[in-house]
Design a binder for this molecule. Structure first.
Ligand code: GLU
Length: 304
């Protein structure tokens, strides 16, 4: 990390539902990294996908974070207020010849090759399309894009063969997550991105966009995914329960234990502020080095 630039981290939940234990771990890890570095920690609500958003989820997420004792710096940032900035980046990519319109439907791509990240776009519209409804894709290349994840080690991807040219403006006119995240991380001066390992495979795409838009690349740290009681990865899709808000201290201590903090039983009687102070003083992210999965989902949160 460039020591002369002050640490700036963020937690960037999408309001597609309430926070669950897995998202709490991502929030805790990014918060602890920022506080441990005496840096700033921003809260960015990624509300640019109305079809996937759930009414009231942003407020619910903010409320839960407050109850769990998180203190963000500055105001909550709503990504939906920055769509002009996202479109300006999109125009820049187009002006520089990095994008093209793509009218391929899901059905058109049904026979395209598939990789670990889904359909590998075969470049069908690279040299033109006649459709009237279209998405905008960014051109990729086949040189390896490599980065050193602070927990997961070196990760390399050849975008053209492993995921193909990817969408930056969706067919429904919405800016795609990858572009918005990259533009906002740069705008907000994020020096280290801490998030769940499910986004490890998106990072090469993010670095590709940063290069094309001449934006800095932050450090990346992807934390392991939580394995639920059924042995499945915990996610909103697998029905993870909303964080309980009646006794946040117990769940917070479960989260700290899952993050390999040396939690002692008597901590449970401390105030939430004291618990956080203890956690910042004892946080050592290297305890999670190379780990891809975390068990330790609290039984108290298992589905009834
Ligand atoms: N908004 C994304 C999510 O809730 C996280 C994005 C990121 O941290 O880059 O999964």
């Amino acid at each position: 990390m460039n020591e002369s630039v002050p640490y700036q981290g963020r937690f960037a939940p999408s309001p597609t539902g309430p926070l669950h234990f897995g998202s709490l771990l991502a929030a805790c890890a990014s918060y602890l990294q920022a506080r441990r570095a005496a840096g700033r920690w921003l809260l960015r609500i990624e509300d640019i996908d109305p079809p996937r958003s759930q009414a009231g989820a942003s407020e619910e997420i903010i409320k839960a974070l407050e109850i769990y004792g998180f203190q963000w710096d500055g105001d909550v940032i709503y990504q939906s207020t920055a769509t002009e900035r996202h479109h300006s980046a999109l125009r820049q990519l187009a002006l520089d010849g990095h994008t093209y319109a793509c009218s391929c439907s899901r059905r058109d791509l049904a026979n395209a090759p598939r990789g670990p990240q889904g359909t590998i776009y075969p470049g069908t519209c690279r040299s033109g399309t006649s459709g009237t409804e279209y998405a905008v894709r960014v051109r990729t290349h086949d040189e390896a894009i490599c980065f050193d994840d602070l927990l997961q080690g070196q990760h390399c991807e050849r975008l053209q063969t492993e995921s193909g040219d990817f969408v930056v403006l969706r067919r429904d006119g919405l800016i795609a997550y990858h572009l918005a995240a990259v533009v906002d991380d740069a705008e907000q001066g994020i020096t280290e991105v801490v998030r769940g390992i499910d986004l490890l495979d998106s990072t090469a795409r993010h670095i590709h966009l940063q290069k094309l838009l001449k934006l800095p690349t932050p450090e990346y740290l992807h934390i392991p995914v939580v394995i639920g009681p059924d042995g499945q990865k915990l996610s909103k899709l697998t029905g993870a329960r909303a964080l309980p808000v009646d006794d946040p201290r117990a769940t917070l201590l479960h989260a700290f234990a899952a993050l390999r903090l040396p939690v002692a039983p008597d901590l449970g009687s401390s105030t939430i502020d004291d618990i956080w102070q203890w956690a910042v003083a004892n946080w050592d992210v290297t305890e999670l080095q190379g780990q891809k999965e975390i068990s330790g989902y609290p039984g108290s949160m298992a589905a009834p």
